[in-house]
Design a protein around this ligand. Structure first.
Ligand SMILES: Cc1cc2nc3c(=O)[nH]c(=O)nc-3n(C[C@H](O)[C@H](O)[C@H](O)COP(=O)(O)OP(=O)(O)OC[C@H]3O[C@@H](n4cnc5c(N)ncnc54)[C@H](O)[C@@H]3O)c2cc1C
Length: 361
């Protein structure tokens, strides 16, 4: 208790010009700009070390963007062009980035409340309080794992994992598996488990739009750049349509995957009870393992006095809060373009916010 009181008192003393909440790629891209402009700032992060969100993802994860589309501002991604890095290499890159620019970070600080009082942001975690004149929220888009309500009706002896906690097929018990979710994570996990020869049921739409990682000898991201897709903004007619639609799966040959004899497509999951799970295409009682690759819900409700869009993302224009002066967001999906939530695209939003900050001193 005494330790908590001392920590709170220590932090209350030091007002920062800027605080960034979140030390992922978005927070670091913003920190780079603040460093370059000699601003006084501090980064706070809930995790214990840099790269944690990447390292927590499944072991075999490889990026869908090759090296040349993974550069953060000021330091190239250190691999040859055309190489698709794994999650460990991304985490190492972020660590080197922080070291290169000597970025000040306090770890193990999950911020639970933000409010602006008399023009100053009061930022509180379970053990400390901070104050800042301006605040940048870079907490990523993946907060609360979403699992359909029927998961609570499933028998306790069935292993259930959200994709957030899935690492490899070794976590599964003997017997059939079910993978729910037709996004990138769902099909990649389905593919990995199917490769072990185990029977895998797949639940989700069969109308998956899948795009190969390369085409006519060029990477997908090369084509995206060439046709201007990465410059389409969410405010254009095309951007509105693209950002609201289902994102295509990248790099998995979904047609071949679903044609495998040990992969059985069941359509959507409808309900469950102790003995079986009901799908659009029938009921099954042999499932022993379930991976819910059913996504995440955003959680920004700990920030006071802000409004939200229909997806519960904070109201903003290109990251500038529409509700609170001096409050900014970075790293949200389609903050401005498809590239906003990618390693190689976030620099543009960071640069825009820095310019806005400089012009509104
Ligand atoms: C499976 C998968 C594959 C992907 N593949 C690619 C790819 O190939 N290429 C690509 O460019 N992008 C890829 N992405 C997208 C993107 O690069 C990542 O999602 C990226 O991690 C988002 O970066 P971020 O900094 O915005 O958020 P995050 O990396 O999620 O970082 C947010 C940070 O905020 C901290 N935080 C969160 N809440 C709080 C709080 N309340 N208080 C304090 N700290 C908090 C977290 O601890 C975390 O460190 C992929 C994403 C996923 C999920």
């Amino acid at each position: 208790m005494l330790h908590i009181i001392i920590t709170i008192c220590t932090h209350l003393g030091s007002m920062k010009e800027f605080i960034i909440i979140g030390a992922g790629q978005s927070g670091l891209a913003m920190a780079y700009n603040l460093s370059k402009n000699n601003k006084d700032y501090l980064i706070l992060d809930a995790n214990e070390h840099i790269g944690a969100p990447w390292l927590k993802r499944w072991d075999s994860l490889k990026l869908f963007t090759p090296t040349e589309y993974n550069h953060l501002p000021g330091m190239p991604f250190p691999f040859p062009k055309g190489y698709y890095p794994n999650k460990y290499e991304v985490a190492d890159y972020l660590k080197s980035y922080v070291e290169k620019f000597s970025m000040p970070i306090e770890f193990n600080q999950r911020i639970t409340s933000v409010k602006k009082v008399d023009g100053i942001f009061e930022i509180t975690s379970g053990t400390a309080s901070y104050q800042a004149k301006q605040l940048i929220i870079a907490t990523g888009p993946f907060h609360t794992p979403y699992t359909p309500a029927c998961h609570v009706d499933i028998a306790e002896n069935i292993t259930q994992l959200h994709s957030e906690n899935y690492k490899s097929p070794e976590q599964l018990q003997d017997g059939d598996c079910l993978v729910v979710g037709a996004g990138d994570s769902g099909v990649q996990i389905l593919s990995e488990i199917a490769d072990t020869g185990r029977k895998v049921h797949f639940s989700g739409t069969d109308k998956i739009t899948a795009i190969p990682q390369s085409f006519l000898g060029k990477t997908l991201w090369w084509w995206f750049t060439k046709i201007g897709f990465l410059s389409v903004t969410r405010f254009s007619k095309m951007g509105k349509w693209l950002s609201k639609g289902v994102q295509p799966v990248i790099g998995t040959d979904v047609k071949s995957l679903l044609a495998k004899t040990n992969v059985i497509h069941m359509g959507r999951t409808l309900s469950a009870d102790e003995t079986s799970i009901k799908f659009q295409k029938g009921s099954i009682s042999s499932i022993k393992n379930i991976i819910w690759a059913t996504g995440f819900k955003p959680n920004f409700f700990w920030i006071e006095d802000i409004s939200f869009d229909e997806m519960n993302y904070p109201s903003n224009y290109r990251g500038v809060s529409k509700d609170v002066d001096g409050l900014y967001f970075i790293g949200l999906p389609w903050l401005y373009t498809r590239g906003s939530a990618t390693l190689g695209g976030v620099w543009k939003d960071a640069k825009y916010l820095m310019t806005h900050i400089q012009e509104n001193k």
